[in-house]
Design a protein around this ligand. Structure first.
Ligand code: CA
Length: 401
């Protein structure tokens, strides 16, 4: 043992599955293999098989202990769902719009270059940046390795965080960031636009050519990485994400996806008075049901959701970006008396639909396309506008069935 380098010595301790405290005391019991050190011992062969060296593994994990705050945060999943109008109001707050406009100005030439190379609208890139970290205002101060190791060691979400941890070790090994600067959110999302390590490995780019993919402090790298993420997830250049529309009286709510020309023929108009795009298809989308604002959204809207699979999030990104570049707020009024349901109520809604013979899968509170189709069908058969919106009104109508 005496000839081992410091790194190797640390590494040997990790592999033995014992802490230095435990070895110091002859009375100490062996550390249970199920503990944190045991986890690291089991992690090593897998990490090594994926290309992590002894040096990286030992240097990254020496002295790392589980972070109880991170474990506690996994248990704070709120059942409360903020109404979308509150969510969007905070997404496009005056402070955020002000900061966004400044950032758009400061980074205008970088955004020119990124838009040219990736074909992704600068408004959407800024929208993501603003939603994720308030344009770099809060990128997260947690140690990424410690957070991911904590989540992986307790098996939170299966093997997901274990694989992210191995990805994080490889990022260190590739010298994109120094160990001390390797910071992120409690769940390991990193840098200006909050990439997980797996996203970093797939999508991060060195836009300024200094040899590092630095999404923490290098704004061109971070924004180009986001553009690359969206492009490789299918962003179509020249196609807008969508826009608010007005719906004519007597509209047939069964139509869900048409080419823009056909939407125009149906009497649907852009709320801002501009012309519809000449080509492309769009879905009609009512984020708060047919009594609230209506949007036409394209496949690029779904690409934004690849960042965070939530309609509210994607709308927040899209509207923040548009408003930074001068668009107005949503024009139609929100139906504040028909908020979206909380988790338990969404499960109840699905159970009611199942009781009526609809196939919505296992009632789990996630409102996907099958649940929306079932709601639509139920609404249609009971004299309600078939907008597929999982709000309070449709739940009340289901309960009296
Ligand atoms: Ca760089």
């Amino acid at each position: 043992m005496s000839r081992l380098t410091p790194f190797a010595a640390v590494f040997a301790l990790l592999l033995m599955g014992v802490s230095s405290v435990a070895t110091a005391s002859p009375m100490a019991k062996p550390a249970p293999s199920s503990g944190f050190q045991g986890f690291l011992g089991r992690l090593w062969p897998l990490a090594h098989a994926r290309g992590v060296t002894h040096e990286t593994f030992a240097a990254a994990l020496s002295g790392v202990t589980p972070d109880q705050d991170v474990v506690d945060l996994t248990k704070k999943q709120s059942e409360f769902v903020k109404p979308i109008w509150e969510y969007l109001a905070s997404a496009t707050s005056a402070n955020r719009l002000d900061r966004g406009a400044k950032m758009a100005g400061v980074n205008a030439s970088t955004l020119d270059a990124i838009e040219n190379r990736y074909g992704v609208d600068r408004s959407v890139i800024l929208g993501v940046w603003g939603m994720e970290t308030n344009f770099g205002g809060f990128t997260g101060g947690k140690d990424v390795i410690r957070s991911l190791a904590t989540l992986a060691s307790v098996g939170y979400r299966g093997t997901y965080f274990r694989d992210e941890l191995i990805g994080a070790l490889l990022i260190l090994q590739q010298h994109h960031v120094a160990r001390a600067d390797f910071k992120g959110s409690w769940a390991g999302a990193m840098g200006q636009t909050q990439f997980m390590p797996s996203s970093f490995q797939k999508f991060a780019v060195d836009f300024d050519g200094d040899g590092k993919k630095d999404i923490w402090t290098d704004v061109p790298d971070a924004l180009a990485s986001t553009a690359n993420y969206l492009k490789l997830n299918g962003w179509q250049a020249g196609l807008p994400w969508g826009f608010e529309v007005s719906i004519p009286h007597g509209f047939d709510y069964h139509m869900t996806r048409l080419v823009f020309d056909d939407w125009t023929r149906q009497g649907v108009r852009r709320a801002d008075g501009q012309a519809m795009p000449r080509s492309g298809e769009a879905n009609l989308f009512f984020p708060a049901g047919a009594d609230g604002p209506a949007f036409l959204v394209t496949d690029n809207f779904d690409v934004i959701k690849r960042y965070n699979n939530s309609d509210a999030y994607a709308l927040g990104v899209a509207m923040l970006g548009d408003r930074i570049y001068g668009a107005g707020p949503v024009r139609a009024a929100w139906p504040v008396d028909d908020p979206i349901l909380g988790l338990q109520q969404r499960v109840q809604l699905q159970e009611q639909l199942v009781a009526l013979g609809y196939d919505v899968g296992e009632p789990n509170g996630r409102i996907g396309s099958r649940t929306r189709e079932a709601i639509r069908d139920f609404q249609d058969k009971h004299g309600l506008r078939p907008d597929g919106y999982a709000g309070r009104r449709v739940l009340e109508a289901l309960r009296v069935r």
